[in-house]
Design a protein around this ligand. Sequence first.
Ligand code: GTP
Length: 437
Amino acid sequence: MNSHDCRSNINDKLGKVSVVLGAQWGDEGKGKVVDLLASNADVVCRYQGGNNAGHTVSDGTTTFYFHLIPSGIIHKNCKSIIGNGVVVHIQQLFNEIEENVKKGLTGWEERLLISDRAHIVFDFLQQVDGIQENSQRKVSLGTTKKGIGPTYAAKASRSGIRICDLIGDFEYFKERFQALVVHYERAYPGLKINVEEELQKYKKCAEKIRPYVCDTVSFMHDALENKKRILVEGANAMMLDIDFGTYPFVTSSSCSSGGVSTGLGIPPRTIGSVIGVVKAYTTRVGVGVLPTEQLNEIGESLQRVGREFGVTTGRKRRCGWLDLVVIRYSNMINGYTSLAVTKLDILTNLGDLKIGINYKYKGETLSSFPASLEVQKEMEVEYITMPGWTEDIGNVRKFEDLPEAAQNYVRAVEKYTDLPVEYVGVGPTRDEMIKLF
Ligand code: GTP
């Protein structure tokens, strides 16, 4: 190719990826949106987090739970990629596969690819997570104790071990593992690790995972060059992002759209559409600010009717009104091209509905979501109140067929975020979704 060709092709050499991200504190129902889009995708990818996330995908007859595997795995023509930005607990990955195989998942062996650059979550790092969570901090962060934080910490301090280290020369792995153990046993005197037993275990893990490991950076590049339809699935959510979330009550990875590029090794300019998934109200697991939280009957009703329990931990989620300051802030960072509003059905019969549209601090309206915990604690939410509806909306498939009050609620989301709502969820299954455009 001559230099002229190089220049003229620069913009259309690579395809674009579609990204689905949680716009709040997680559990927005990303699984269902991803599943809907995955039926038209050639490749579905995870780019961050580990098995601390929990996606629920229902095909109408079976409900699958995924923690680490991209939910696209249930589609026969779709490759599922676990990218370099993900941290992988190998045994738990295979347990998850087995659980879903029991439910009817087939052919996954042909469809799963795992990055050789992804870092390994070791059992003792899960123990460290528990020790840190239980004793070392004044305030519990509410982590899932899956070892995700300690694994990312090891990665950042350059002592982490990657999958390529495990499936290569085992002697090299052994040295790295022993060094890591020495470091952690020194830091946590209560921690006792049987190195020989662990090494035996990881030898088996190496054999088990080897067939699925590859250079996913090259795979993704080829897929982009061949204009494959690529879908990227976020886990956790914007307000749990390590940089932009409600720090320190956040997860340890970059859950925002910026993380897509680093977590998969794809150029930022290949990010095409970004769908923000917004639950029609707000929930959060564990501690940290939740400005629109309702510690009353409204909150209890949302929790009960919405079945707000964590898939991974079984913990009750805290519940409150929809907070559009959060969505505007999360849009500044993620750059949504459209929104998917889920669980609108849960608001049925709740009476008048409130939506948070601004925060006030010392009498002044804040321009966005504040960084400071002090400000977060003292700020007040300014709400609008909208009439609710009583009609069952589970069977509605056209926006115009929703009760007027429900339509107005969705239109209010558009008005106060200046973003188009593309989907509205009216029930848990893939079909229970209204497409607006
Ligand atoms: P994380 O990755 O852990 O943040 O979870 P997630 O965003 O993938 O959430 P998940 O897919 O687990 O969805 C949460 C729950 O909401 C599941 O039980 C879904 O079946 C359910 N759900 C999703 N959309 C709707 C909806 O429109 N209505 C109702 N009633 N339930 C829904």
